[in-house]
Every structure is written in structure tokens, then in C-alpha cells.
Design a protein around this ligand. Structure first.
Ligand code: ZN
Length: 297
């Protein structure tokens, strides 16, 4: 059975040894939960590659015959290169796959490294956890920004969080600077920019009291997600959509489905579903490994 190390890179590097789409042993993390959460963010690209190598070695244990290593990175990745990484800007333009392969070779591990977008890795992990590796899975992650992941992995770019969902000229809160984007409405950072006097939690609480401004925003927030999902359905067909991330707490599923139903009318496109799923490190690590396995064929 092929042994693959899955690794995800965000505020932490988390790695685990995956065999037959299941975790074997413990997850490894740097920094560890109780350590300085900025330890990684402050490292240069070379230092991050060193940490990734250490964590792969720790996850592999005595195992040296790895079939591959899958690495999930938040950002736009292509051909083993990080082309854009807003939260880890030092990685922009870095040949991460090559850097890690070189380091692992020096430690006696000859394994191809597959670099993927972390949200795509998460989608692969969800597919594996459901035992549905033959179906199309899409996931929205609602956090500081808005992530969009797809499984199965195919070549190309899909920055779903930047789907244009409004033509309103005033909608310019997206982290990328683009106008009318989903993330500019739904992203945590964008919500704080919009409501300078209220935290996002307060906005959704106040909406319950009937406050017009907050109620309008709650509707806009759900319409935006429905619009981006409808666009994905119109471009890629129906299927299962998952919602995850710390801001799924704001999701009113019946309201979202109502808007979606108003936006998707063609009968062959009706077989879609929207579900909320827990976001955990294990699913993401397994997904990174599954993506590496599929990429290696
Ligand atoms: Zn954007």
C-alpha cells in the first residue's frame, strides 16, 4: 500500500502519514498549538521549506520509501510554483515542490512533491472521508478570505472566492482589490472594513433584532454565496457543495437555498445540494495526500 505524506501550510505546517486514504499515526505540527502562532509567518521562504522538510520527516518516522508528498498551500499554485500567496507573501514565485524535493533527497527520501491549492486539498479530503473519490465535490471556506476548492484535481485556475457577484461600483472590499467580488462581501476582513463600528458577530446578532442595515447585509451575504454557487453550477454542472470555515456559524441554510432556487432554474441543473461540514486538519492532510496520489496517477 502506497505511503504518502500529506502536509498543509497555513499559520502552521501540519503533516501526517497517509495510507489508503487514512491517517497512520499522529499529526505533526509546527508551531505546536501552544507555541507562537507567528513563528512560521515570519520565516523566509527557505526557512519555511526547512520546516516543511522537518515535518515530513517527523510524519514519515522510520519510513523512507514514500510514494509521494502532497502539499496544500493557500494561494494560486501552478506546476509546483506558488504564484500568489496573500497570507504568506514571501512564498510568491517560490518553487516550493522543487525546494522540498531537494531537501528530502538529502535525507534519503526520493519522493515527488505535488503542490496544490489548500482548498482543493480540502475538497479531496472531503471526497475521501465520504468514500466518494469518483464524484465532483466543491467546497467554500468562509474565513478571513473566501476559499473555493474542487475535487477532482484538474489543470487550471479557479479563484472562486473572487467570483463577481454584484455590479455595484461601491463593492470594493475584496482583499485582492477587485470590484464586486464574493470575498468583498463574505470575507471576515471585508466585513470588518464595511462595518467599522461593529464586529461581524454583532452584525449578524443585530440582524435578529430587526435592524434594517444589518438585515440588509445578512441578505446580501447569503445572496452573494448563492450567486457564486449558481455560477459554479451554470459553468460546471450541479453536484454536492460543502460549506466550512469559522464563519459557517453565520449561515442560514434555508435562506441560502431559497436564493439559490431563485437563481438556478434549468431543470437539468437541479440536482445540487449544499451542506455544512466541519473543517479539521486531518481531512485537509488526508486530502493533500490523496491529491498527490491522483496527480502521480
Ligand atoms: Zn477579489
Amino acid at each position: 500500500m502506497a505511503k504518502i505524506v500529506g502536509l498543509t501550510l497555513s499559520e502552521r505546517v501540519v503533516a501526517g502519514l497517509v495510507v489508503d486514504h487514512k491517517l497512520l499515526g499522529e499529526l505533526r505540527s509546527f508551531p505546536e498549538a501552544h507555541d507562537d502562532e507567528y513563528a512560521l509567518v515570519e520565516l523566509p521562504a527557505e526557512g519555511i521549506a526547512d520546516v516543511m522538510c522537518e515535518q515530513v520527516l517527523a510524519a514519515a518516522g522510520k519510513e523512507r520509501a514514500l510514494a509521494g508528498v502532497g502539499v496544500g498551500v493557500p494561494g494560486l499554485v501552478r506546476n509546483g510554483v506558488v504564484e500568489e500567496a496573500p497570507n504568506l507573501p514571501q512564498l510568491k514565485g517560490t518553487r516550493v515542490a522543487e525546494m522540498l524535493e531537494t531537501r528530502l533527497r538529502a535525507e534519503g527520501i526520493e519522493a515527488p512533491v505535488t503542490l496544490i491549492n489548500d482548498a482543493d486539498g480540502f475538497a479531496a479530503g472531503i471526497a475521501a472521508s465520504l468514500g466518494k473519490l469518483d464524484t465532483v465535490i466543491r467546497v467554500w471556506t468562509l474565513g478571513v478570505g473566501i476559499g473555493y476548492g474542487r475535487y477532482p484535481l484538474t489543470a487550471g485556475v479557479w479563484e472562486g472566492g473572487h467570483t463577481v457577484v454584484t455590479l455595484d461600483d461601491k463593492e470594493n472590499y475584496c482583499g485582492c482589490g477587485g470590484r464586486g467580488h464574493l470575498e468583498g462581501i463574505m470575507g471576515h476582513r471585508a466585513m470588518r472594513l464595511r462595518f467599522l463600528d461593529m464586529e461581524p458577530e454583532e452584525v449578524f446578532e443585530t440582524a435578529k433584532t430587526g435592524d434594517a442595515r444589518c438585515m440588509d447585509f445578512k441578505k446580501l451575504w447569503h445572496k452573494a454565496l448563492a450567486a457564486a454557487t449558481a455560477t459554479s453550477i451554470h459553468l460546471r454542472g450541479p453536484g454536492r457543495f460543502f460549506l466550512a470555515g469559522f464563519n459557517v456559524r453565520f449561515v442560514d441554510l434555508p435562506l441560502l437555498k431559497d436564493y439559490l432556487q431563485q437563481m438556478v432554474k434549468m431543470s437539468p441543473l437541479q440536482s445540487y445540494s449544499v451542506e455544512i461540514i466541519a473543517d479539521d486538519r486531518e481531512t485537509r492532510v488526508i486530502g493533500a495526500a490523496v491529491s498527490a496520489e491522483k496527480a502521480e496517477g
